[in-house]
Write a protein that binds this ligand. Structure first.
Ligand SMILES: Cc1cc2nc3c(=O)[nH]c(=O)nc-3n(C[C@H](O)[C@H](O)[C@H](O)COP(=O)(O)O)c2cc1C
Length: 219
């Protein structure tokens, strides 16, 4: 199975220091996925690699042939994935606006009927928990329902170095065990959903929006 690991920080500046703390968390997640679960593929989607127009024009608002190539490429990657790991810092007790903006560029039909895992982090003591609560709602609306176990990394700068390796004195095994609980839930749901999608096409059972979300309104 294939999983996309979204890294939702585009902050490459200081203060506060260090910049792009999330890169450490993402590298560690990818390392855990590769070392423990090598039957699955995990690819990074770094929000920094997808510079977006200041005027919001989502992928689904373009005819396919006119859409920016980066958006077409990411839409194809999302469509072919079996599940998602969504990594976000906490900014003002909310998920990263860069992650929300990137995800908002794609219709829920690309994400739907596949599970997701929430990973948050912060430089402070709460590990992004408040952002994580909002992410449950956001990801549920996208249709990639989050698994129950979440990963929170408080004071991430004291846990992982720039390569995503545990710093001296940090019990890396304990962190991988903690990550593993969430990833195992993700794999279980991804396998179950994938097997059922192969038998019953959900997009034939529940029609995707073709014009706008009012199509689901109560009569
Ligand atoms: C605009 C802004 C808002 C922040 N708000 C919070 C917050 O609500 N809770 C928290 O724990 N940390 C907060 N922080 C600190 C971040 O946890 C810290 O800067 C972290 O490095 C951000 O991740 P990043 O470097 O990957 O962007 C905030 C940082 C910024 C820049």
């Amino acid at each position: 199975m294939k999983f996309l690991v979204f890294l939702g920080t585009v902050r490459d500046s200081t203060p506060p220091s260090p910049p792009r703390l999330g890169a450490r968390v993402a590298k560690s997640c990818l390392e855990c996925l590769a070392s423990r679960h090598d039957e699955h593929e995990a690819e990074l989607v770094d929000a920094l690699d997808y510079p977006l127009e200041p005027v919001f024009k989502p992928h689904f608002a373009y005819p396919r042939s006119k859409a920016p190539s980066g958006l077409n490429e990411l839409a194809d990657r999302i469509a072919s994935a079996d599940g998602f790991v969504m990594i976000s810092p906490e900014y003002n007790h909310s998920m990263s606006p860069a992650l929300a903006n990137l995800l908002n560029h794609f219709g829920s039909s690309l994400f739907a009927y596949k599970p997701s895992a929430i990973v948050t982090y912060s430089a402070g003591q709460w590990g992004g928990m408040r952002a994580a609560i909002g992410m449950r709602t956001f990801l549920s609306e996208l249709g990639c329902l989050p698994v129950s176990a979440m990963i929170h990394v408080p004071r991430a700068q004291d846990v992982f170095d720039e390569d995503g390796s545990p710093l001296d004195g940090v019990d890396g095994q304990a962190w991988f065990n903690y990550f593993g609980r969430t990833f195992k839930q993700l794999f279980w749901w991804a396998q179950a959903a994938g097997a059922h999608r192969a038998r019953v096409d959900p997009h034939k059972v529940v029609r995707d929006f073709t014009r706008d979300p009012s199509e689901r309104n109560a009569p």
